[in-house]
Ligand binder design. Sequence first.
Ligand SMILES: [Zn+2]
Length: 458
Amino acid sequence: MSVRITFYGAAQTVTGSKYLLESARSKVLVDCGLFQGHKELRLRNWAEPPFDVEELDAVVITHAHVDHAGYLPLIVRRGYRGPVYCTAATKELLKLLLPDTARLQEEEARFANKRGSSKHRPALPLFGEADAAQALKQLRPLTRSSAAIVAPGVSVTTRCSGHILGSASLHFELDGRRVSFSGDVGRYAVPILPDPEGAPGADLLLCEATYGGRRHSSADIESELAGAVHAAYRRGGPLLIPAFAIGRTQTLLYYLAKLEREERIPACPVFVDSPMAIDATLIYRSFREEYDEEAAAILTAGNNVMMTSRTVFCRSVDESKKLNHLSGPRIIIAGSGMITGGRILHHLMRWLGDEQTTLLFVGYQAAGTRGQLIQSGAKEIKIFGSFVPIRAAVETISGLSAHADEAELVRWLKSGSSPARIKIVHGEPDAVSAMERLLRTQLDCPAAAAEDGESLEL
Ligand SMILES: [Zn+2]
């Protein structure tokens, strides 16, 4: 048999990344992501895995996001006991992400049982914390730049993809064939992380297309953030920022620290009110070898990359509750990023009805989330069963994306060696077709959309 690759997720959609790479001697799963979003997609997590998990020789993960790694506890629950390879930083971030994903699954099942909303009695979680703990035991770190043998006759090298700490594109050699996976590609010239590194040549390259057909705004993020801080300062109340714990919180902390160092914002207290965001920040701090030159230079100059002069970590519930009694200008960063849960709800419950408050969105708000409703001008919002009036000023900063837009994806593709062919993955159908059209005009190699369940032989 030659080399075969089969697409079991993230084909014509952005979640559930799973690609099975097979040679005569080995079976390797590349990424092991959960489906997220609409119910039909989420139901796919409950179907039998489309491959025999016990036949896998290895799993290799591009980065620590749920849609790329959140299905790991499930294959472990189904009996997979082999190695799971990823970069050292991804390994540390997965120690936060997988137990948290398992807790959410368990909470959902408990909630369904309480409400009687599941057809299944009792409703069971997809997997639990014990499965996540077992999955963590199977993690094996890959060193950057040197090739590692991950299964008989299969080697892989990683290159920085600039998306979140530890994120990588993966480049496999097996049976004389070379197959590359872009993973999620980040933006150029962002804080902390180096630019995405171009790929080596390959017989086949899988390229993501999350932002196919779209361009990021060219707004000056630092000026916009400084403006929002000043406006909040003038209003005199809290500046509440809902943010994802991994990635977005650290980027924000970087910008706030830089603006304060350059005296472009006043030194006001910054509270990070999320145990997961605190842990993620500590992991970001400990992986200095993953920093770009700018972040390294900040450290060399004796400054802190992600701390203002008055940054406070609120880990316990008590510390979080104490924030309720503060007055005056202050910045509170808390999850969840789309206000679907987390400690931000308590702050909004308390402060959203106050005209002195500023609520600042720094990330994408998916349709139907509280974040999107507030952003689109709702006059009140339901939190913990009560309607809270919205009198706070609501502001948005765009352009703080962890994903390359289509121009940056083309730049990334051109920065590496040209592959023999490209399959476009990880995008909604419109984004994938836009990317397909763009690549036809921009590159010399054939590029086509991957279909769900499709197999290719090389
Ligand atoms: Zn990602």
